[in-house]
Design a protein around this ligand. Sequence first.
Ligand SMILES: [Zn+2]
Length: 374
Amino acid sequence: MTATTVFTNVRVFDGTGVTDPRTVAVHDGLITGDVVGAANAETVAGNARVLLPGLIDSHVHIDTRSDLEQCIRAGVTTVLDMATRDLAALDSLRALAGLPTVLRAGMPASAPGGTHTKKMGFAGSSAVTSEPDAARFVADRAQEGVDYIKVIVEDPRMPGTAALPAPILAAIVTAAHTRGLLVVAHAVTSAALRLADDAGVDVITHAPLNRDLNADEAAALAARGSVLVPTLTMMRGVSAAVGRKLMFRLLRRLRVAPPVEYAHARGSVTAARAAGLTIVAGTDANNEPGAPFSPRHGTSLADELGLLVDAGLTPTEAIRSATALPARTFGLNDRGVIAAGRRADLLLVDGEPTVDIGAIRNVRAVWIAGARVA
Ligand SMILES: [Zn+2]
């Protein structure tokens, strides 16, 4: 591998739009400020294509090497795993060269008797039974070296659902913050989102399906510096799957279905954007046989960016939600923008992604830490 690569005639996504054609140099895996002394450099002719920071998917569940290879082909060079049963297996993938960076939560905290331990195969020790047990749970994760804490916040009003109570949620957040770990909360209804916010979590993932986030709620989240990872791709898939099931029940029993509608997830993102809440792109890509929906690794991030634009983000804001904003949220200060000193995780695309977000699918080449991988 040549240590220096010079990209000529590329238009660079700079966070506000794309620049005029210019030259970008990479040396030893990092973007450099100048191209002097690049005698043995490899040259990549950009042909006025757009050079972007490698994309970051902030909600995935990785099982195999092929999941990560799919990510690469779609220009996704960093993924944040949001719950795994087998951290050792995930970490063995992290050790392989030429693949996306994987950050991970390990096991998620959930309520005793909840779906995660009863049906989804997570170890019993991931159930948190009391406030002191919250400290034990977080200490266990810290011992494993996880990158953040994931907590399942269920809606206590949902019949038959085991939900972590507010004091335990607050104890998990306190224990995590004491150790310098962010807390990411799963919440799919407005009541669950409220519980998560009251507990002081840093990041809320998914978006309410029962009603739109209102302007006051969005403003309160924004004022606290919260981050929303709405996973619209997943919410659309879930609402379609649940809708079909409910329709069968409805026909059988002539009952009124509770509102589980994608339109509420979309409307929540529209409200979040209007309030200035930080929105970060995540797909919830998974291979779970029992999952209501399984977005595909890699390509689903382009779907997500399209849905974010459909909910009101500009294409440039959508691209930032998969580059600079997740980097800032998760402390990945070495990436997310094209600037001197940052990691050369890059993708080159055809077309005008800041005008038509669909162009993000036109991936021509991908680099991880300066090495071409696709
Ligand atoms: Zn997930």
